[in-house]
Write a protein that binds this ligand. Structure first.
Ligand code: NAP
Ligand code: GDD
Length: 350
């Protein structure tokens, strides 16, 4: 039987790395697109020990010629579109750029696929942020969308154009409406990793406080390693569809912080500050997903629960900072962030 080929856009991101490993384990030939930056961001692929096994292709989501090139090189059976400006906070600062990359680029990709090979199965990384300000909970595939950020508005466009290409051209185009999913490979700008990383530094005496924004927002947090399996399952079905992927449990940011303190064996009192600069012009209060359709049709279910997830993230960051204190070198993202570089420079081991 012919080896299956997959093309993952955004392979350098959290989900891209876990999905690449999952597909390699399934025997796929995995191609991944990355953007040419002055400093390549390959630490996640190195951390999962799969860097050598992925065929990397430089691709620009704003350049159709480069998308066509990536499709010609990889000749994929499946395309997973994970690349996006994915940080909701930044979308308020770069609303137009976010619209280009997170929204309009989906059409560019679909047009290229339609002309290159209409047999390709396409996965679009849609999101629970689509539900936005809708107070209905839990949210499922029939809950009306009320996006509450430029990011969510761009993703709404991506969601609908995916459905449009499914219906207009009979392409296999599927939306995974994934609720928040986290891991030790999460970017440091997202609240869960921000907390685990900050608590690791507090634990080791490198920092005094954790400084956050809105503590009352509630999220349905799962483990990214579990969620990438659902992406693959969606593309193995007889036909395309839209699926909510979630745990069915919700917790506030404050609860996440308290659980993380317990995991780090730290007293939460006195180490948390709130700074309005981390508040958004508009925030989503409550996300809680009902993934009954995915559980029934895909046979998917999350394996890692909330407490285990928090522990996994906190332990991973404590280990990283300990390894750094010992002078070890290993794949890590702290060097990409000015806030972390300040500490690294200040507390350089002698
Ligand atoms: P992530 O870690 O932020 O990864 C995003 C990927 O997109 C990275 O590979 C990044 O490349 C790439 N990218 C960003 N801007 C780009 C640009 N201008 N041109 C080309 N590539 C660009 O995000 P993630 O958590 O893995 O999420 C994957 C996808 O699922 C995203 O579309 C996200 O919006 C969506 N999603 C995520 C969640 C979640 O909770 N994680 C939930 C629902 C939906 P660099 O490495 O070069 O930055
Ligand atoms: N990032 C961040 N930093 N968020 C904070 C902070 C802080 O210091 N303090 C409080 N929060 C709150 C945010 O205001 C938000 O309500 C919540 O924590 C979660 O923020 P993020 O971790 O940045 O994630 P998100 O929910 O906005 O978006 C993530 O999940 C979406 C799916 O629902 C991203 O992964 C999106 O790409 C994804 O679509």
């Amino acid at each position: 039987m012919e080896t299956k080929r997959a093309l993952i856009t955004g392979v350098t991101g959290q989900d891209g790395a876990y999905l690449a490993r999952f597909l390699l384990d399934k025997g796929y030939e995995v191609y991944g697109t990355f953007r040419r930056l002055s400093t390549p961001n390959l630490w996640r692929l190195q951390a999962l020990n799969i860097f050598e096994r992925i065929k990397l292709i430089p691709m620009e989501l704003i350049d159709s010629a480069s998308i066509t090139g990536a499709l010609m090189i990889s000749r994929p059976h499946e395309v997973y579109n994970l690349a996006a400006q994915s940080f909701v906070g930044a979308s308020f600062e770069q609303p137009v750029g976010t619209g280009e990359v997170t929204g309009l680029a989906v059409t560019r990709l679909l047009e290229c696929i339609r002309h290159a090979d209409p047999g390709i199965r396409f996965y679009q990384a849609s999101t629970s942020e689509l539900f936005g300000s809708n107070p209905t909970a839990p949210q499922n595939e029939d809950t009306p969308f009320m996006p509450a950020s430029p990011y969510a508005a761009a993703k709404l466009y991506g969601y609908w154009v995916t459905r449009t290409y499914r219906e207009a051209y009979n392409l296999f185009c599927t939306n995974g409406i994934l609720f928040n999913h986290e891991s030790p490979l999460r970017g440091l700008e997202f609240v869960t990793r921000k907390i685990s990383n900050a608590l690791a530094k507090v634990k080791l005496g490198l920092e005094q406080k954790v400084v956050l924004g809105n503590l009352e927002a509630s999220r349905d947090w799962g483990f990214a390693g579990d969620y990438v399996e659902s992406m693959w399952l969606m593309l193995q079905q007889d036909g395309p569809g839209d699926y909510v992927i979630s745990t069915g449990e919700t917790h506030t940011v404050r609860e996440y912080f308290e659980e993380a303190c317990a995991a780090a064996e730290l007293d939460p009192s006195g180490i948390l500050d709130v700074d309005p600069k981390f508040m958004r012009p508009l925030d989503v209060d409550l996300l809680l997903g009902d993934s009954a359709r995915a559980r029934q049709k895909l046979g998917w279910a999350p394996r890692v629960g909330f407490k285990e997830l928090v522990r996994m993230m906190v332990q991973a960051d404590i280990q990283r900072w300990k390894r750094w204190q010992k002078g070890e070198q290993f794949p890590w993202d702290a060097f990409n962030y000015p806030s972390e570089m300040n500490i690294i420079t200040r507390a350089m081991p002698v």
